[in-house]
Design a protein around this ligand. Sequence first.
Ligand code: AMP
Length: 282
Amino acid sequence: LEVVELIADMRTVVARARRAGKSIGLAPTMGALHAGHRSLLARARKECDVVVMSLFVNPTQFNDKDDFAKYPRDAKADELIAREEGVDFVFEPAPVEMYPDGFVTTVHVPGLSEILEGKSRPGHYQGVATVVAKLLLIGQCDRAYFGLKDYQQLQVIRRMVADLNIQVEIVPCETIREADGLAMSSRNVRLTADERAASPVIARALTAAQAMADSGVRDAQAIRASIARIIEAEPLAKLDYTVVVAPDDLSEIATIDGGAVALVAAIFGGVRLIDSCTLQSR
Ligand code: AMP
């Protein structure tokens, strides 16, 4: 495992691999790695000759300074996990390396970026799209791995890659969960014991929604209402939104026919948790 801090060095490494005819897989992360990240790395390891993990807590995607300051950081522990998963290169740039003086360009995916998560996190997806565009251009990878847990993020990235003709296959990876269903997230460590105990209600509501869809319920609003009811019954949860949407443009749908995804955001104390599940694949 080699840690690479400079963009120029990353380009050299990547160019060498490409000249040798090797395929390159990239998994962008912000560190605080858990089993969810591991699953991305393991998949990349299986599918690509050279695996690059980026480790960069991207300041521009945090609309809340406090959230950025509190984001857990432990590069040494993350490098250890990357090594265990067979990562070849960890790209770990300093913020000024990514955003030097004079940096002004942003990538904006309108529509998708403003709804749902975008509503309570203005500028967030612009920050995500811009940093992922940079990482894909630096990494020159054949495949890039993203978690389905951040479903809206995945769709923003897919749209950007299609619109900008970036030559990469975006590989969506299943959400990895704790034993009680809570989707793994670097923010879970900020839950109090009581909040942590209450948090699986999100996964429970989504599992119930899946069961409704599987049993033939086609009324998207009935499923949406069921998810809301289950989460709102939990006193420690404050439901921000739940929707049943089309898988690609995340537009709300009335009837489930031809693909549907349920998305949830709920706040436990000061911690915002998101989760999603497929109700019908396309
Ligand atoms: P982050 O470090 O939170 O920016 O996440 C880096 C990548 O890991 C993103 O593509 C996430 O969607 C993915 N990821 C985060 N949590 C999970 C999880 N529980 N299961 C699968 N992928 C995840």
